[in-house]
Design a protein around this ligand. Structure first.
Ligand code: PLP
Length: 389
């Protein structure tokens, strides 16, 4: 990987030490330009001019193809969404819940995962079972605790693939196998997964996986993708319907619902400029950076170096898992006697280091991504050493 060349294409890396990709990743120049050029093209040529409409349709196909290729599924299993949370809602609100059905999630969940589970409980009379796990739970411990929560009424297991608190990765393939042994489905929130770790959703066997564009992919805000395993598409009902939810319909009210095609969840107007940026972001990470295997290795290497450096500092506590498979590119730490918000503010003020607080762990999160360097890791660790004095 030519790190200097990659960094020269991501302006934020020249202005900051950007360690907040888990919140929102900085886009390369080519992504920004793809969006700008598409906005200009549509508006200057006329949004409904035949060649503009045709190229917009092509972009829709390209976006699905690119997303599908990246995670080893087929384009007819991909729905373009606005963000991760929309995809999770499409799946959970679209299941044919019966009162008394059960949904398992984890005690350490991202707020919108937990609130969505509770919303499903309230709305459909589903019981949410919460498996109590530690933020540094081993994969084996986590599997055992989820298995304990399974009952004959379990219909779905729903959790983050990589946890926002500290980067803990859960064992997707083993959870899918556990769910399937009990006739249940596995839905993973992939907000922190896509373009951070190498994903083969087919091999993992997960049933549903929802992904953003704006985080580790370094694409635009407002676009994401939802994977639904092909044979499960008929089992999910659209919560919102447009004409795409019908195979055919008549003004008299006769109609035939669409069942098999994932397009049944699609509404009406969406943004082609965002699709242009999304397609370019995938091309960038695959071709310029070298793909998600390379990224996973580099992110883990940088995070390991960060943890090693932080562990040597008196008063600093590392709150992330130590090594793969649980560990990823995310490092959360705390400083005894210091408020997370004050640490985040000081890192920014002293060295333009961008991070975020993780209040539930009383910590600060550092997201290490491919464009970060060993020098940035060293500078960050030294600045933290200064704060811990
Ligand atoms: C685990 C997790 N899920 C969901 C989200 C929200 O993502 P989106 O804005 O794509 O819905 C985040 C954002 O930080 C997250 O960390």
């Amino acid at each position: 990987m030519d790190i200097a060349k990659i960094r020269s294409q991501i302006p934020a890396t020249q202005r900051t030490i950007y360690l907040n990709t888990g919140f929102d990743g900085p886009a390369p120049i080519s992504v920004v330009e793809a969006i700008q050029q598409r906005v200009a093209y549509e508006n200057y040529d006329g949004p409904t001019t035949p060649h503009v409409l045709e190229s917009g349709r092509k972009l829709s196909v390209q976006a699905k193809e690119a997303a599908a290729r990246m995670v080893n599924v087929t384009p007819d299993e991909i729905l373009m969404t606005q963000n991760t949370t929309e995809g999770l809602n499409i799946v959970l609100n679209g299941m044919d819940w019966r009162p008394g059905d059960e949904l398992i999630t984890l005690s350490i969940e991202y707020p919108s995962v937990m609130v969505l589970a509770l919303h499903i409980q309230k709305r459909y009379g589903v019981r949410v079972r919460i498996a109590e796990v530690s933020p540094t739970e081993s994969n084996a411990g986590l599997l055992a605790k989820v298995a304990e929560a399974v009952t004959p009424r379990t219909r779905a297991i729903f959790m983050s693939h990589i946890h926002y608190l500290n980067g803990l990765r859960v064992p997707g393939a083993e959870l899918a196998a556990l769910a399937h042994r009990h006739g249940a489905r596995l839905l993973l929130d992939g907000a922190q997964g896509l373009a951070h770790v190498d994903l083969d959703l087919r091999a993992m066997g997960v049933d549903f996986y929802s992904m953003p564009g704006q985080k580790w992919l370094c694409g635009p805000d407002g676009i994401g993708a939802l994977y639904i395993k092909k044979d499960l598409i008929p089992s999910i009902q659209p919560t919102y319907a447009s004409s795409r939810a019908a195979k055919s319909w008549l003004p008299t009210g006769e109609w035939e619902p669409e069942t098999e095609a994932i397009t049944k969840f699609q509404l009406t107007t969406t943004s082609a400029p965002l699709r242009a940026g999304y397609v370019e972001a995938i091309r960038f990470v695959q071709e310029e950076v070298g793909g998600t295997k390379v990224i996973e290795e580099r992110d883990t290497m940088l995070a390991t170096a960060m943890k090693d450096a932080l562990r040597g500092i008196a008063g600093v506590q590392v709150l992330s898992p130590e090594r793969p498979p649980e560990a990823t590119g995310i490092v959360t730490f705390g400083i005894a006697g210091k408020k997370p918000k004050d640490i985040v503010d000081a890192l920014w003020a002293q060295k333009r280091i961008i991070t975020r607080t993780i209040e539930p762990l009383n910590g600060v999160r550092l997201s290490c991504h491919f464009f970060n360097t060993e020098d940035e890791v060293a500078t960050t660790a030294e600045t933290i050493r200064g704060l811990a004095k």
